[in-house]
Design a protein around this ligand. Sequence first.
Ligand SMILES: Cc1cc2nc3c(=O)[nH]c(=O)nc-3n(C[C@H](O)[C@H](O)[C@H](O)COP(=O)(O)OP(=O)(O)OC[C@H]3O[C@@H](n4cnc5c(N)ncnc54)[C@H](O)[C@@H]3O)c2cc1C
Length: 385
Amino acid sequence: MKHFDYIIAGGGCAGRSLALRMLPYLEVSNKKVLLIDKDSKKENDRTWCFWEQQPDVFESVVFRKWNHLSFANSAHRQHMDIHPYQYKMIRGADFYAYTEKQLSESSHIRMIQGNVESIYTEQEQGYVVVDGETFSTDYIFSSIPRIQEKRPDRYQYLLQHFEGWIIESKSPIFEPERATLMDFNTAQQVGTSFVYVLPLSSTLALIEYTVFSENELPATAYTTALKQYIREQLHCEDYDIKEREKGVIPMSDHPIKPQQGRIIYLGTAGGFTKGSTGYTFRFIQKHTAAIVAQLQKSGHPHILTRSPKRFDIYDATLLHLLSSKRLSGEKIFSTLFKRNKSQQILKFLDNETSLIEEIRIFKTLQKSEFAMALLKRTLKLMKSN
Ligand SMILES: Cc1cc2nc3c(=O)[nH]c(=O)nc-3n(C[C@H](O)[C@H](O)[C@H](O)COP(=O)(O)OP(=O)(O)OC[C@H]3O[C@@H](n4cnc5c(N)ncnc54)[C@H](O)[C@@H]3O)c2cc1C
């Protein structure tokens, strides 16, 4: 049986982020990694957007970045200078090509394409079965989706589902320096819905229609919403669709065990998708950087610190409000953006604010609705015990 010091099961965003960050450590420690994915990862299957203050390891593949964001609803439009943050966009295809090149040049990493059939721990060793062949390892890092039995009596489950088009207009209609983070000028009956607009030039932009609800919509509903937004909000009738992206991100407060025996879960499988927003990219980067720092410090990858627990309670409360429809997402996000500095909101959504800063933010929100949602969510947990 072949043995590797570490096996990374799943070579998407999290698996490759970890592998790339591990490279200097592998050189020094002379350790070997096996990275497995069932796909060749050549497609431009998604676009990642996120904000950060300092350039990180993927800066060279950042496709566009913006210093200014907008927020809009039917009543107002707000422009925000988000310095020292920048809002960034990475195309999946660029990320995969860059990591492929870096990782394949290292003699410490072996990349294979195959179906991971099972992962398990036995007597302090990890095992990974790939297309019938078993490999042993000291640690498995897995980002392969996990199937969890749902507990709707205890937890909330929403989906963030979206379709985006890169469109090219015949005349200049976009402001390339400013991205629209959320525009609620969309029908709200289907659930909380908004559009974001990421301009790539004055005639080219990614327009993405996003909905938070329990179920996906029929395919035609996304097309209708996008066409309507482009016509009514962007006042554009003449355009070509250059690319399309579709996706679903789970939003839930169902706790996920991040480690089991010799298995450490990464990415969405590890619970690094923020329950209330679906943002994952930055959380993956912080998690994988912390694992590598721990390896360098102690030789083992177990890290104790995730985001403080209170952020899980905030996410669960917001999810409860969104699922119960007691307060619309439009109202919540509009209040948040109108009454707080954009930098504070970005810091808060990154789980990086202090308790004092959070109290200041909460004072600006719809206190009674949030208090009621917190109470109902707590009662739900107590009742189902
Ligand atoms: C279309 C889309 C757009 C998104 N946009 C954003 C965004 O803008 N910002 C943000 O923060 N988050 C975004 N997300 C959420 C999140 O960042 C991504 O889903 C991200 O790719 C999660 O990383 P991951 O490594 O957990 O999962 P993945 O990147 O999906 O990687 C998992 C890997 O496991 C492989 N795999 C699965 N099963 C097996 C198996 N049995 N054997 C071998 N390999 C297997 C898959 O092929 C895949 O490569 C988006 C998600 C989607 C779907």
